[in-house]
Each structure stands twice: as structure tokens, then as C-alpha cells.
Design a protein. Structure first.
Ligand code: NCD
Length: 305
């Protein structure tokens, strides 16, 4: 594996082997000294052109837990504000000795371009509404650790699918691993064309309350998500995970959310804090799967963790 850009073409064995490695890193991270020397001497650079709390810190934590060094770039305080191009920025960071680049950008395809320009291994940390593949890995690992497998599970992804790179990455990973995926969204928040997507769609969250996993998404106001809704109150009425709906879910079902959550909109505050809402496990597993991907891209073949 040279880059980690998308879940759309990754094979089931490759996904499973990354998840297996992720499981081992969950154990490593639970040790008193949660660190292994696997990437000593390597440098991972973070290029985040869009806001991020958990993804950026998670990649930093993952790199450091593998003993790699990290460098960080912040667009607001950089020479981008003097008009330096994305390409020159990427090449400058390469010239400083980065061994891999973690890239988030609002424009679809940016991580692929950075990969071409620099020739370095690139990890996509979110490009526009297109892909967010490490999110799909951490979600898959969280589900697999809970149920033992994704095979045959019924997973509903609810909310602003149209603007969601999380949905686009999760759909491919979940279905490749054998799950049955249903999308739940107002018409205006579904992609215009679902041709080729391995999913079903339904019109209200009430239709999926007998499933195994309810995966809630944020309305992406920064990408125009709220402007196509009549009102947030109506959204909650047909799509919100309220306390009353949560009580109707099967007892072994789980609720997930990639964060940041809008409590009271897609998820009630009480559900967000419920033990069967695995939001914090998702975040914790994010460090482990990012370690797995970094090791695969930068490590020796049979390194002992
Ligand atoms: C998501 C993102 O940025 O794509 N957040 C994340 O990485 N956990 C989802 C979102 O912003 O709603």
C-alpha cells in the first residue's frame, strides 16, 4: 500500500488486515507505556486546510505512539495567506524531510494531487464531501469490536448524506465487510445520483429502528446542508434520534456519530451520553486504526508491535 486515499476500491482482505492491526494497537494503547518504536526516525506532516479537532489530534497521537516525529501546518498563519500555492506548500514540507503527509482539504481530490506532486505516501484525512477513509476504518473497527463481525449487520446512516465524506467512506467499507446499508435522509440531503451505490434508501428514521447500528451524521452547515431543510424542528421530527426512538431500538443495537455532534438536532443529549452510543470508543479506536495505516505505509513489512 503506497497511499491511503479512499475506501471505494480497497479489498476485503486488505480492510480486514488493517482492522486486525488496529485491534493490536488498541491493546498497545491500553499499556502503561502506550508506545512502540516502529516508526522511530520517520516524520509525519499534518496538512490541515480545513478545521479539525479529533482527526488532526488523533493522527498526531497515532504518529507519536509509533515513535514518529510530527510537523504541523496551519493555513491561517502560513504563507498561503501570502498567496503561496498548495503545490509549493506541499513541496516545501517535503523538502524539510517529511516521510508522509496527512492531508485534509475542502476540495475533492486534493490528497491525490498532493500525492502526485510530492511522490510521498499520502493519507486522506477528508477531502470535501468525497472521502474520509480513516473514519471508515475506525467506524468499522468499533462495530467489529462490538458485534464480532460486520457480516449480515443492518446499518442505517442517517442525515446529511449529500455533504458527507464520512458516509461516502463508510458505505464502501461497511458493505465490503458484508453489512447491509440503508440511507435515511430528506430527499434534499441525498446525493442527486445514487447510481452504483450499494445501498437502499428510506424516508424516515422510524423505518430503521429495528436495525443493529444507527449511524447519525451532522448537518453540514458549512457546505450548505441546513439551507435545503424547511426547519431543524421538522428535521428532528423525521430524522432525529430522540429519547423516545432510542427506547424502541433493540437492546443490543448501538448508536454512532463521527463528531462533532449537534446535541438536540440529530441526537438527543441523553442518547449522546448513553453507554450504547459509542462515540468515545470511535474516537479512541481512531488512534489505533491511524497507527495501523501509518505503519502499513511507512513501516518495515513484518515489524513486531
Ligand atoms: C467529520 C468530518 O470532518 O468529515 N468529522 C470527523 O472527522 N470526525 C464529520 C463532520 O464534520 O460532521
Amino acid at each position: 500500500m503506497k497511499h491511503f486515499l479512499s475506501t471505494e476500491t480497497i479489498s476485503k482482505p486488505d480492510l480486514e488486515s488493517l482492522l486486525d492491526l488496529g485491534d493490536r494497537f488498541v491493546e498497545v494503547l491500553a499499556r502503561p507505556i502506550p508506545k512502540v518504536p516502529a516508526l522511530r526516525g520517520k516524520t509525519v506532516a499534518m496538512l490541515f486546510f480545513e478545521p479539525s479537532t479529533r482527526t488532526r489530534m488523533s493522527f498526531e497521537r497515532a504518529a507519536k505512539a509509533l515513535s514518529a516525529d510530527t510537523m504541523s501546518f496551519s493555513p491561517g498563519t502560513s504563507s498561503l495567506s501570502k498567496g503561496e500555492s498548495l503545490k509549493d506548500t506541499a513541496l516545501t514540507i517535503k523538502a524539510m524531510g517529511a516521510d508522509a503527509l496527512v492531508v485534509r482539504h475542502k476540495a475533492t481530490g486534493t490528497p491525490w494531487r498532493v500525492a502526485d506532486w510530492t511522490g510521498l505516501p499520502v493519507l486522506n484525512a477528508g477531502d470535501g464531501a468525497h472521502q474520509h477513509p480513516t473514519q471508515a476504518l475506525l467506524d468499522s473497527l468499533t462495530i467489529r469490536r462490538h458485534f464480532g463481525t460486520l457480516d449480515g449487520l443492518r446499518i442505517a446512516i442517517v442525515g446529511d448524506i449529500r455533504h458527507s465524506r464520512v458516509a461516502r467512506s463508510d458505505i464502501w467499507a461497511f458493505t465490503t465487510l458484508g453489512a447491509d446499508v440503508t440511507l435515511v435522509a430528506p430527499r434534499t440531503l441525498l446525493p442527486v445520483d445514487l447510481e452504483g451505490w450499494p445501498v437502499k434508501t428510506v424516508d424516515t428514521i422510524d423505518d430503521v429502528l429495528d436495525g443493529d447500528v444507527i449511524y447519525l451524521l451532522r448537518i453540514q452547515t458549512e457546505r450548505g446542508g441546513a439551507s435545503v431543510l424547511p426547519s431543524l424542528a421538522e428535521y428532528v421530527e423525521r430524522f432525529g434520534m430522540t429519547n423516545e426512538r432510542f427506547d424502541r431500538l433493540p437492546e443490543d443495537s448501538i448508536v454512532m456519530h463521527p463528531g462533532p455532534m449537534n446535541r438536540g438536532v440529530e441526537i438527543s443529549a441523553a442518547v449522546a451520553d448513553h453507554p450504547r452510543a459509542l462515540v468515545e470508543e470511535q474516537v479512541a479506536n481512531g488512534v489505533a486504526v491511524r497507527m495501523a495505516v501509518l505503519l502499513r505505509l511507512l513501516g518495515e513489512e513484518d515489524v513486531d508491535v
